[in-house]
Structures are given as structure tokens and as C-alpha cells.
Write a protein that binds this ligand. Sequence first.
Ligand code: HQG
Length: 183
Amino acid sequence: MSKDITKTSKFLSLLLRHQPETIGLTLDECGWANIEELISLSNQNKHRLDAQLIQRVVGTNNKQRFSISDDGRFIRANQGHSITVDLELEAKQPPEILFHGTATRFIDSIFEQGLTKRNRQHVHLSSERETATNVGKRHGKPAILCIQAEQMHNNGYEFFLSKNKVWLTEHVPIKFIEREQAS
Ligand code: HQG
């Protein structure tokens, strides 16, 4: 990814997940921002942005973080919000096991409280161990947790699958979490 694209992706994540007010942008209740407005407010705030750059970020983004509406006028983040938005996700049956990557320094607290969503709208889980490892590395020395997702689901916990295939849930109680020992 070129430097421009990475920078823009980070900027869009900030605006569309956390702080649209930084440039005076408003999102609708489903998290959509009007692209024309986004471009104009960004440029007014000295962040160079145009339709082509947005298209490149959406198209090349390795994690498919963003979606454009069918009419091409709106953009939103697919997951990862700290602000409250309705992603219109349907509850879905998860696989038997899901993974969560975290840092070793959080382990004690996780085994006291379960996995909590912290600043975000959901706890983020992955069907792939490798993805979880990469998420964990962002925070420090990684630790992988195996989550008994099917059991949770059978016990009435809801799961959602974001458009970019991140599994989301409200909270994971301790009894469904097991730490995977490093091999
Ligand atoms: C930890 C990225 C102490 C949790 C990724 C994590 C993901 C606890 C951290 C997405 C805890 C929160 C989200 C507890 C949870 N005590 N620590 N009880 N419960 N934690 O960044 O899952 O690249 O909010 O383990 O790919 O790391 O931005 O969540 O370490 O999908 O698109 O608290 O962000 O996507 O950290 O990452 P985060 P996350 P993007």
C-alpha cells in the first residue's frame, strides 16, 4: 500500500469509526457519511482527499474496512466503531471455535472480567488463528484465546458477522474462554 493510501485509510477510520466531529462531519444512524461532504470538509481541514483516493482506499484496503453505498454517494466503516451506529447486521450462527488475539499483559484482567468491548461497540473475534495473532501483535506480546462460540450461541449469546468477515459479540464470559498455549 502506498503511503498516501495508508494515511487516508487511517484518517477515514478515525472519522468513520470514532470522531467524525474532528472535521465537523456527521454520520447518519447507520454510520454512513456523505462522500461529497466528507471530501469538502476534509479539504477545508487540510486533509487532501478526493473521490479517486477514496475509491483506491476502499478498493485496495486489505481488510475491506469500508463500504460504499449502492448509489455511490455514501461511505461507512464495516466494523470497529467506538461511536454508536447501527450496522444493520443480522444475528448469525458462529463456527464452533472463534479466536481472539490480545496481548499477554491483558490476560489476568480478561480471566477476571471476560472479554469486554472496551471502547468499541463489540468484542472482535476471528475465524482464523493467524488473523487473531496479528490483532494481538498490535497490542504487544500476543496471546491467542479460543472462544467456544457455538456453545455461547447455544446459550443464547448473539453473534454478528461484519461485511469484512469479523465476528462480533457483546461480551465473552470467562467460562467460554481458553488460552491457547504457545507451541
Ligand atoms: C483487550 C482491528 C483487559 C482486548 C483488528 C484487546 C480488530 C481486555 C483490547 C479490531 C479485556 C481492546 C479490534 C479485559 C478485552 N481486560 N483487556 N476484560 N477485554 N481486552 O483495539 O480486538 O485494523 O479495541 O483483548 O483487526 O484488538 O482497526 O480491540 O486487546 O478487528 O481495522 O482490550 O481492530 O481492526 O483493543 O481490535 P481494541 P481489538 P482495524
